[in-house]
Design a protein around this ligand. Sequence first.
Ligand SMILES: NC(=O)c1ccc[n+]([C@@H]2O[C@H](COP(=O)([O-])OP(=O)(O)OC[C@H]3O[C@@H](n4cnc5c(N)ncnc54)[C@H](OP(=O)(O)O)[C@@H]3O)[C@@H](O)[C@H]2O)c1
Length: 264
Amino acid sequence: MSLGSAAAPAGTRRTALVTGPTAGIGAAFARQLAQRGYDVVLVARDERRLRDLAADLERDHGVVTEVIVADLADRAALAEVERRVADPTRPVDLLVNNAGFGHKRPFLDNSVEDEQQMLDVLVTAVLRLSHAALGAMVERGSGSIVNVSSVAGFLSRGTYGAAKAYVTSMSRWADANYRGRGVRVMALCPGFTRTEFHARMGVGRGSAPRFLWLDPDRLVRDALADLDHGKSVSVPGKRYKVLTAVARHLPASLLARFQHVGRR
Ligand SMILES: NC(=O)c1ccc[n+]([C@@H]2O[C@H](COP(=O)([O-])OP(=O)(O)OC[C@H]3O[C@@H](n4cnc5c(N)ncnc54)[C@H](OP(=O)(O)O)[C@@H]3O)[C@@H](O)[C@H]2O)c1
């Protein structure tokens, strides 16, 4: 279901589409991009929260907002978002593929359908929306994509980590491949961040040491600065920069010992 609302004149304005802006990191992206003057297209499942956010952004920043209510695990709903992203008459200058969730339980304790749904949101939606955006952006010779991945992609953290490894690798490759044609792609790889993510999983904040937790507003500010500076992978916070640098050189058997941190 696509629902538009107008507040400012169209023309030379820039537009950002953010998936998963009803909470956490996506909400911080939507607010900071509106603050930077972007009109925003907001995509998630919770219509009430989407509409409340849209009203706040219009009131606080005078931007034009659009709401698309979509479950990104649903192929028909995803197709509608793909069409919006690729629409040449209403260009999306910045796509933020942020929506996501994780499972608390290990692989074999989840139904294969639950695992499939996570893959659909974390990988298939990112793949299909990136394909739609890249086609339109390369054609115009400009545009940017931020794919919200995770430090879990550098570690051995089950199918969630495997999905995020795909997102980071794909983003790095796409940036190298399309940068020369005016399009930028950056993977953002947060560590533990204070959002609804862990509560939705049924996991408490005590599951990881306090010093590891990141603030979503600071995280997004640093990520947008990294995008401005041309980075293809953004790892926020010194502690996670060190951790990911070390993790690249550790054997998989040792990394697997850390897979339960943040799961209780
Ligand atoms: N928090 C962390 O520690 C952390 C660390 C590393 C990476 N990440 C990644 O950061 C991204 C954002 O997570 P967050 O921490 O901000 O989590 P969050 O606070 O739980 O927010 C998740 C967002 O994704 C949306 N979403 C979830 N499933 C969806 C679906 N099927 N279709 C459409 N939208 C959906 C939710 O909106 P609705 O419920 O309204 O649909 C919500 O807006 C995710 O990709 C996550 O994997 C998080």
